[in-house]
Design a protein around this ligand. Structure first.
Ligand code: UDP
Length: 328
C-alpha cells in the first residue's frame, strides 16, 4: 500500500486530498501546525501536529515512516498579507519548504507534488494562460511559490528529486458529501463570502472594482472544483510512481466568470438576492485570469468532473449550510 505524507493536510485543499487518497486505498500521514488548518478536517489516516520549521521533528517522522511521495499544501496564501509581511511568507513558503525537501532527500524520498498558483504569472500578457506564459509574480506570495518551482528544478538536476507543480487558478467548491469545505479565518474568497451573505452570516458583499476592461466591468476568474484539484494530484502521483518525468501544469476549467456572474450564480443556487456594495479595486487583482489546461489534459490525463460553476457553488453552499447550521 502506498503511503503519502500530506503537509498542510488540515487546510482546505489538503483535507480534501486526505479524503480523496484514503477513499482510493492509499495510506496518508498528515502533518500540520494548525495555524490555519482544522484538526477535525483530517478525517482519515494518521495526524501529527508538526511545524515544518521543526527539522528534528521532520527527521524523526521520516525515520519512522517510509513515504512513497510527499504532497505539500502547507503555506501562507493571502496576497495582500504577503505584501505587508514578506518575512512571514518567505519563511513559511520558501524556508520551510527547503527544510521539508532536505529532510526528504536525507530519507531518500524523491517524489514531490507542490501546490503552486496562477499568482506566479503576474499580470497576464495573453489569455488563456498556458505554461509558456512568462512568470513575473506581483507579490511576495506569488514570488515565494515561483521560488519553490525554481528550487525544484535545481533539486531535480542535482539530486534527482522529481516533482509536479500544480498551479491552481481559483480553487472553489467543497466535498460533494458536504463533510469538508472552505473554512478560512478571515475569509477573503469571493464564493464563500457571497454564500455567507446568502446565509445572513455577513451583511453584504463588496465587489472590488467595476471599471475593469471586461464585458461587465468586474474581474474574471477561472473557478476550479476542489475535487478536480484532488484528481489532478492523484494523477500527478501516478505519473511520478510510474517513473515519468517532472511536470508543471496549470489547473483551471478554461472558462472565466466575472464577479457579477458569480453573484448571479450564488443567487440562483441559494434562491435569494444578495446585498451587494460596489467598491474600489483591490490592489494586485488582474482583470482576467483564465487557465489553458491543455497540458494537464495531455500530460496527466486530467479531465475536470465538476466544471459547472453552479455545481461548484452548490457543493460549497451545502457544506456551509451544514457546517454553520443554517436552515435548509
Ligand atoms: N472579490 C470581490 N469581493 C470580495 C472578494 C473577492 O469582488 O469580497 C473579487 C476579487 O477582486 C477577484 C475575485 O472576486 O476579482 C476572486 O477573488 P478571490 O479572493 O476569491 O480569489 P483570487 O482571484 O484573489 O485568488
Amino acid at each position: 500500500m502506498k503511503k503519502v505524507l500530506i503537509a498542510g493536510g488540515a487546510g482546505y485543499i489538503g483535507s480534501h486530498m486526505v479524503k480523496w487518497l484514503s477513499q482510493r486505498g492509499l495510506q496518508t500521514v498528515t502533518v500540520d501546525n494548525l495555524s490555519s488548518g482544522h484538526r477535525d478536517a483530517v478525517q482519515f489516516g494518521e495526524f501529527i501536529q508538526l511545524d515544518l520549521a521543526d527539522r528534528d521533528a521532520l527527521r524523526a517522522l521520516f525515520a519512522s515512516h517510509h513515504f512513497d511521495a510527499v504532497m505539500h499544501f502547507a503555506s501562507s496564501i493571502q496576497v495582500g498579507e504577503s505584501v505587508q509581511k514578506p518575512s512571514l511568507y518567505y519563511a513559511n513558503n520558501v524556508v520551510n519548504t527547503l527544510i521539508l525537501l532536505d529532510e526528504m532527500r536525507a530519507a531518500g524520498v524523491n517524489r514531490f507534488i507542490f501546490s503552486s498558483t496562477a499568482a506566479t504569472f503576474g499580470e497576464p500578457k495573453y489569455t488563456p494562460i498556458d505554461e509558456k506564459h512568462p512568470q513575473q509574480p506581483l507579490s511576495p506570495y506569488g514570488r515565494s511559490k515561483l521560488m519553490v518551482e525554481q528550487i525544484l528544478e535545481d533539486y531535480e538536476r542535482a539530486y534527482g528529486l522529481r516533482s509536479v507543480c500544480l498551479r491552481y487558478f481559483n480553487a472553489a467548491g467543497a466535498d460533494p458529501a458536504a463533510e469538508l469545505g472552505e473554512r478560512h479565518d478571515p475569509e477573503t474568497h469571493l464564493i464563500p463570502i457571497a454564500l455567507e451573505v446568502a446565509g445572513d452570516l455577513r451583511p453584504q458583499l463588496s465587489v472590488f472594482g467595476t471599471d475593469y476592461d471586461t464585458p461587465d466591468g468586474t474581474c474574471i476568474r477561472d473557478y476550479v472544483h476542489i475535487v478536480d484539484l484532488c484528481q489532478a494530484h492523484g494523477l500527478a502521483l501516478d505519473r511520478l510512481l510510474d517513473g515519468k518525468g517532472s511536470g508543471r501544469y496549470n489547473l483551471g476549467n478554461g472558462q472565466g466568470f466575472s464577479v457579477r456572474q458569480v453573484i448571479g450564480c450564488v443567487e440562483q443556487v441559494c434562491g435569494r438576492k444578495l446585498k451587494v456594495a460596489y467598491g474600489d479595486r483591490r490592489a494586485g487583482d488582474p482583470a482576467v485570469l483564465v487557465a489553458d489546461a491543455t497540458l494537464a489534459r495531455q500530460g496527466l490525463g486530467w479531465v475536470p468532473e465538476y466544471a459547472d460553476l453552479g455545481q461548484i457553488v452548490s457543493h460549497a453552499w451545502a457544506f456551509m449550510k451544514r457546517h454553520r447550521n443554517l436552515a435548509a
